[in-house]
Design a protein around this ligand. Structure first.
Ligand SMILES: [Zn+2]
Length: 419
């Protein structure tokens, strides 16, 4: 089973990998790689964030601050991925004060053109990945050797100040003095994104607010828009996702406008559900059940719900079972909780049709960590399929077919490169 799963050339449903040129022009070391996800568990263990991120620290000083907490975080999924990346890509089996210089040297040596081909193609065997290039305010066509494009339009849904509107005007060239103009600006950005090869719409709006989008009419939305332009509303300060949204009707209305655009262009919609990156979050905001009206309202839109909704994977399994247009996506999931990912897959294989399970998305900024995540995903999937064969659910050749659906064919069907 392991060999059958290893053999698959993967279609990766979600990444944030920087263009190679940009990556190799940066100074990258152990803490760069540890800085994506792993550090959040180290912070959760008690480390003060600035003790490794402050400018001017030597590698030795940073390690001294990091090590006592890393000891407690190294077994988590994020810790596992970091250790696999250092071991497999850089050939160093132990991470310690003694090996940090050697690790940094090995990373620096490989940090040159050809890195992506080596890591993503030769080592990880990823056919292509869906790229969420959130750092580009206007769309940029990604390198077709590695990526197809997903685009976010959250900035058109969440404007809260006149300054935000001015920013959108600058991006799109549309002058925005009414709700209708705001929609036109979103449409312009959508058209530019199609031009750049967009194959999916993406939203991470769960970072800002609850996933619940009322069917709000134009009047209420326009009234919000007017209040926004007049600047009468003071934005409340608050922790991420806690603030009461002052322009909720406008946001809801604009979100539905985006869904109608996706519908009209037959594009799938990738939605962040479940826990948020970083430390601290209002987790209940991210429950995918709040999205239910969308599945009824846009039956032709294929919804790809991310991160198995963790810790709401049970809710997501139920939604994917009930709605033909709801897909479950394991992106990020095998490193958030390797055990929960296995358990969820175990359940899904007997609950959800297998054509709606996307088994892998790396969700990292650096290819070494996507590689490591995929090692963990292949291992997880092989283990679960082996259990199912032993339990007699299916034969080995059927298990291999399921693995191909999970790791390549389902994602390829939803996100095919535009020619
Ligand atoms: Zn992501």
């Amino acid at each position: 089973m392991r060999a059958a799963v290893e053999a698959i050339e993967v279609v990766n449903s979600h990444e944030h990998i920087l263009p190679e040129q940009e990556r190799v022009s940066q100074t990258v070391d152990f803490f760069t790689l540890a800085g994506h996800y792993a550090v959040n568990d180290v912070i959760s263990a008690g480390m003060a964030p600035e003790s490794v991120s402050a400018k001017g620290l030597t590698a030795e000083e940073r390690w001294r601050a990091f090590e006592p907490y890393w000891r407690h975080a190294r077994f988590t999924g994020y810790g596992q991925a970091l250790r696999i990346a250092i071991r497999d890509i850089y050939g160093v089996g132990e991470i310690s004060a003694a090996t940090i210089p050697k690790i940094n040297e090995a990373i620096a040596r490989r940090n040159r053109p050809g890195l992506y081909r080596y890591v993503l193609k030769e080592r990880a065997r990823i056919r292509y990945a869906v790229l969420d290039d959130y750092w580009n305010a206007t769309p940029v066509r990604p390198d077709p050797e590695f990526f197809v494009l997903a685009r976010k339009f959250d900035r058109f849904i969440l404007p809260a100040t006149a300054k935000d509107l001015a920013e959108l005007e600058k991006l799109t060239g549309v002058s925005i003095t009414s709700l209708r103009h705001l929609k036109q600006a979103m449409e312009r950005s959508f058209a530019q994104s199609l031009e750049a090869g967009m194959v999916a719409v993406k939203s991470t709006i769960a970072y800002a607010r609850e996933l619940r989008f009322a069917e709000t009419g134009e009047q209420a939305a326009a009234a919000d828009f007017l209040r926004l332009v007049r600047g009468e509303v003071k934005l409340p300060e608050g922790f991420r996702g806690r603030v009461e949204r002052p322009f909720r009707a406008l946001e809801d209305h604009m979100f539905h406008h985006l869904m109608r655009l996706a519908d009209a262009h037959r594009l799938p919609v990738q939605l962040h559900t479940g826990i948020l990156a970083g430390n601290g979050a209002f987790i209940t905001n991210t429950n995918p059940v709040g999205l239910t009206n969308l599945f009824y309202l846009y039956p032709q839109v294929q919804f790809d719900l991310f991160h198995i909704g963790y810790p709401y994977q049970n809710e997501l399994i139920a939604l994917a079972k009930l709605f033909p247009n709801v897909h479950v996506d394991f992106c990020w999931a095998h490193v958030i909780s390797p055990v929960a990912a296995r358990a969820a897959l175990h359940e899904m294989l007997e609950t959800v049709p297998v054509n709606k399970i996307l088994g892998f998305g790396g969700d990292y900024r650096h290819p070494e960590l996507s590689y490591a995540h995929l090692v963990m995903a292949r291992r997880n999937i092989a283990r679960v399929l082996t259990d199912k064969v032993e339990e007699g659910l299916f034969e080995e050749d059927e298990a291999a077919e399921v693995a191909r659906l999970l790791l390549a064919e389902n994602a390829a069907r939803l996100f095919s490169p535009k020619s």
